[in-house]
Design a protein around this ligand. Sequence first.
Ligand code: ZN
Ligand code: FE
Ligand code: FE
Ligand code: ZN
Length: 261
Amino acid sequence: MVDYHVHCRLSRHGEGELFEYVEAAIRKQLTEIGFAEHIPIPELDDPTGRMPIEDWAEYVGSLFSAKERYSEITIRFGIEADYLPSHQPYIAAFVRAYPFDYVIGSVHFVSDWDFSNMDFRSRLEEFGAKELYRRYYLLLAEAASGGLYDVIGHFDLPKRLAPEMPAEMVPLRDAALQAVKRCGLALDVNTSGLRKADDIYPAPEILAQAFAMDIPITIGSDAHRPEEVAADFAATIERLKRIGYRSCLGFERRKPYRIPL
Ligand code: ZN
Ligand code: FE
Ligand code: FE
Ligand code: ZN
């Protein structure tokens, strides 16, 4: 079992030192843990906390010293990089500047609204659920097509604040999934949906569609506290097997390999 989507205290909205996540993963007998910290974006005024660029060196240092110190588990150097059209040159340069094992592309913003941040949930009234989903899946298809990412994060994230997707948005969601397939990306099966929305991201019906399209997956808890590492993995892996999945992907220096479930 592997967990490819964890954060730590340095995200500024998580708790616990990086090594505490590693030790939690060892206790849970994971074979790999992948840190996918949010990309620091200096120009982004993010009042709710994102890692400032000043902390990046400390973060990378603690990751690589953990790699030395814990020989009993494989530690991967991932990143959760936003897809933000207004900052894409910076994001692309950042992603290419470090020896990442894998890059998760996530859409947390539509226009200037961080809809993933519940402090700003009242802006749903301004956009409406249909417009949120419309913009979201258009951005996600662009993200998948841009050649920068290996994995698409929490594919149906808008359900966190708008649980019912308007049916007319199904074609756009399908188009985003087709872009994931066409561009050879994987989907992040993310159990934080169980803690923050109604079910895992993506919903099992979307995963069934992805399986039929032969789209690979990674598995992550999106832990922001050490005790959330591998949260709900046993039940989630059972569900993935019922859908038909027999493996997930691991990555080393952007090269995927299969890990049996
Ligand atoms: Zn986060
Ligand atoms: Fe995210
Ligand atoms: Fe995350
Ligand atoms: Zn995430």
